[in-house]
Unconditional design. Structure first.
Lengths: 281, 579
């Protein structure tokens, strides 16, 4: 996943990074606490509506949907297999009827749909962070939260260096393939000595060399001059809207923990199962 | 007299090394002075730069004797970060010194470290981004910029600390000609506006010498020559011994002077050379109206029988959607030596990766020895085409040179005895001794690593040898050695394809040049013919070597427009002037 910030002037973009992180955390708490597909569908729609409110280009929204489409078939198959046919479940059919393999039940379908939607919510709520927040805002937010500069700088350097590490990997791979290296082997010894070592060692050596160069550059740019007195070009503050959202998110998180832990029958996939059964009757 | 840098009898040996990297250096650099430092690889140029901002001895420990004063601060007693406020140091590789996720943050990084008020940081960021012409790129990731822009971003980041002294350690060695021009013009402009003391370490001296005050040549850790550029250029022999390539115009005038022509001054720039030559021609009564001459040396395209590479309407689109090649068609015959030139991003590397099957055409066809590359694997094609990449460190991994050399042929299933017999041959071809077989390739110099990388490809006995940027980061002497090696292989019958930015080397060694621009073939001709199309080359910001430009600019005196080397020009002029 690349950090492809798309600058726009929307309230989603203007939110404090901390508020955005809290939003993602809230979404995660919801998917941990609930597995009812109807509820999760609503949550997913909320997360998707943020893409529209953030005025993100269609190609980026489609890009996220592509991830969903790619994941769906595999997830469905594994969902059905994993759920199986527990006692008391409403059996529907076998995927391979001849051998009575892979039973599919109503509960299995609803549970798998819930699990799939959890994944959709997770992907969409985290992916949007990279679209609406420059990475530097997270670093500044870290500084604001009194994180030590070496932590925020290390994080920043690590993220900034991802494209270099990627291009380095491809350069090494091409250099070794040009010397006849074949990546397809089932022999574990050959895999280690003929593939992994020629790929990994140059990567390690180049990365070490680069880290020495970067350390030199850090020193030459005054890093470490007066860590405690370090300033930042832009400091970002929480606004009233951020406080309101943070409060709302905190309430949702607490509620989800409360309902998720003590149940009361809400938020469970069984709710939808019972609803379908009552409609069929 | 105010001096920004004073070095008194400085000797420095890196920890673990007995040989000093710097020896008995006495150097004083005045405030506002512009100094160019050159020298062969390992001459101590970078170490000298590191001494100026305290990297030596604080970051690179070792034995340091003598005294180094930077604006009267003794470097041993002050931290690097304190000295960096006075001396801004720019390194050679832009990628290794960019630390932040956006251009704006990159430029702000230094001032933020010094705890400047946010308003002051914002004002500096705006000012220096504008001074390197990167407005509009503030939110871009520096790694997404071109090489020249990356280095300009690094220049802005150094300038934002507002140092008194700017030290630039080979700022253009990793750049293409466009990036080089871009960075040098920025540095020149800024240094004259801001009045910085400027110290540039660079081996491509041609474009810098005309505007610096002082030229220092280093050799084996010592200062071999130091003076005004014109004075230093007078010492051609010492310069050549120190591994420096003289500007072509200076070399020509030295040859003419040695031949007995009355030369009042060795020119530094093309403009000076043109004035001096016109005055010489006038004295020697050479007529201006003479029609353009033709070079006596016969350069005709031999008709080769067999095409080893055939490219037909080749298009390539990267998964990101970038169209890198747009309908390239060309053929390369057996035994040819060909240069592929063009700016970064013109499609050179993408094209040659097709020759060894690392990329498959999006549209069109690539045939190697008549076989469609889409029907072969890179491993199959490696038997015919050897591709040696720019950075040898991307391929070297084995604990010994022997194991490194064995790797390629082992992948191709070559029998053990055959591999053994190839080792000696490959080492001899690249001029390395068998003694190094048991040594680790990682402990060797960049020039040696490059040779080992070449030898490791030769071990697979390819019929076509493609080399990507063989001279990047090498000093002039090492660059020539590599080109000589490639030409030797060519004489032995191997087809050679070289990707390079060094047009002077292309002019001296390569027979045919293919110029790419924006994924298309702009020119494909004999090098002499291609370089005579200066207007077309300019379209892609390439310039023929100085000596070719002299022929073109003085064609009214009968000078040929297709001269490629100093030697050719000297012989032609001598023949003309002596009637």
């Amino acid at each position: 996943m690349s950090w492809d910030y798309i600058p726009r002037d929307t309230f989603v973009h203007r939110m404090h990074p901390l508020t955005k992180l809290m939003y993602a955390f809230t979404m995660m708490m919801l998917i941990i606490s609930f597995d009812d597909p109807l509820l999760l569908f609503v949550v997913w729609m909320i997360s998707i509506s943020l893409y529209v409110l953030a005025k993100l280009p269609r190609k980026n929204i489609f890009g996220v949907f592509k991830i969903f489409i790619a994941m769906t078939p595999l997830y469905l198959i594994f969902g059905f297999l994993f759920y199986g046919r527990p006692p008391g479940s409403s059996f529907l059919f076998y995927v391979v009827p001849m051998y009575e393999w892979f039973p599919v039940t109503l509960e299995g379908i609803v549970w798998t749909m819930g699990a799939l939607l959890k994944l959709y919510v997770l992907v969409s709520s985290i992916r949007i962070l990279t679209f609406v927040t420059p990475i530097t805002s997270f670093i500044r937010a870290g500084a604001k939260l009194k994180m030590p500069p070496f932590v925020t700088i290390a994080f920043s350097i690590g993220l900034a260096g991802v494209p270099v590490a990627t291009s380095q990997y491809y350069a090494i791979r091409d250099a070794q393939r040009a010397r006849g290296l074949k990546f397809e082997t089932r022999n574990p010894k050959k895999l280690i000595f003929n593939v992994l070592i020629p790929m990994l060692l140059p990567q390690i050596i180049c990365s070490m060399r680069r880290s020495i160069d970067m350390a030199k550059a850090l020193e030459a740019r005054g890093f470490g001059y007066g860590m405690r007195k370090r300033t930042y070009m832009r400091e970002i503050d929480l606004r009233l809207s951020d406080y309101l959202f943070l409060t709302a998110f905190t309430i949702v998180v607490l509620l989800s923990i409360f309902i998720g832990s003590w149940g009361f029958g809400y938020g469970s996939y069984k709710f939808t199962v019972n609803l379908i059964k009552s409609m069929v009757r | 007299m105010a001096y920004d840098i004073i070095m008194r009898d400085v000797t420095f040996a890196y920890a673990g090394s007995k040989k000093p990297a710097l020896a008995e250096i006495d150097l004083k650099i005045k405030s506002g002075e512009k100094v160019l430092i050159s020298g062969h690889a390992g001459a101590g140029k970078s170490t000298l730069c590191y001494c100026m901002n305290g990297l030596v001895p604080h970051f690179f420990p070792g034995e340091l004797t003598g005294e180094i004063l930077v604006s009267d601060l003794e470097t041993r007693r002050h931290s690097i970060s304190a000295l960096s406020q006075i001396v801004g140091l720019l390194f050679d590789n832009p990628v290794s010194q960019l630390l932040c996720p956006t251009v704006e943050d990159e430029v702000a990084f230094g001032p933020e470290n010094y705890g400047l008020p946010p308003e002051e940081i914002r004002s500096r960021v705006k000012r220096y981004i504008s001074s390197v012409r990167l407005e509009g790129y503030e939110a871009r990731n520096p790694y997404s910029l071109s090489g020249g822009e990356q280095q300009e971003c690094a220049v802005a980041a150094v300038l934002a600390m507002e140092p008194k002294v700017l030290v630039l350690d080979e700022p253009t060695s990793c750049l293409d000609p466009l990036g080089t021009n871009q960075v040098l013009s920025t540095i020149r402009e800024l240094s004259s506006q801001e009045g910085h003391t400027l110290i540039i370490v660079e081996n491509k001296v041609e474009d810098i010498l005309p505007w610096v005050d002082r030229f220092i040549v280093m050799k084996e850790g010592k200062i071999a020559l130091d003076g005004k550029p014109s004075e230093v250029l007078d010492m051609a022999e010492t310069m050549t011994k120190a591994g420096i390539r003289l500007p072509q115009v200076s070399e020509l005038f030295h040859m003419l002077r040695n031949r007995g022509y009355r030369i009042s001054k060795i020119p530094i720039s093309l403009e000076e050379a043109l004035t001096e030559l016109e005055s010489l021609f006038h004295r020697m009564r050479l007529q201006k109206t003479k029609p353009p001459g033709r070079l006596q040396k016969i350069r005709h395209l031999e008709m080769r029988e067999k095409n080893v590479i055939e490219v037909e309407d080749l298009w390539y689109v990267y998964p990101s959607g970038t169209t890198a090649l747009k309908g390239i068609s060309l053929t390369i015959a057996e035994g040819e030596n060909v240069a592929i030139i063009g700016q970064n991003g013109s499609g050179k590397s993408t094209l040659v990766k097709h020759f060894v099957g690392l990329l498959r055409p999006t549209h069109g066809k690539v045939l190697v020895y008549g076989a469609d590359i889409t029907k072969s694997t890179p491993s199959d094609l490696a038997r015919y085409v050897g591709l040696c990449f720019q950075n040898p460190e991307h391929q070297l991994f084995a604990p010994t040179v022997r194991k490194e050399l064995e790797f390629g042929p082992q992948n191709l299933g070559v029998p053990r005895e055959e591999i053994e017999s190839r080792i000696e041959q490959a080492l001899t071809s690249v001029g390395l001794d068998q003694k190094i077989l048991s040594q680790s390739p990682h402990d060797m110099s960049l020039a040696e690593k490059r040779r080992i990388a070449v030898a490791s490809i030769l071990m697979m006995k390819p019929k076509i040898f493609v080399v990507d940027e063989p001279t990047t980061g090498q000093d002039p002497h090492s660059s020539r050695e590599i080109m000589k090696l490639l030409m030797k292989l060519n004489e032995e019958g191997m087809t050679i394809i070289v990707i390079t930015h060094d047009l002077q080397l292309v002019a001296e060694y390569i027979y045919r040049s293919i110029v790419l621009r924006d994924g298309k073939v702009l020119l494909d001709a004999l090098t002499s013919v291609a370089f005579s199309h200066s207007a077309t080359l300019r379209e892609t910001s390439l310039q023929p070597p100085q000596i070719t430009r002299i022929g073109q600019l003085l064609r009214n005196y009968g000078l040929p427009e297709d001269i490629l080397t100093v030697d050719e020009m000297y012989r032609f002029m001598d023949a003309e002037l002596r009637g």
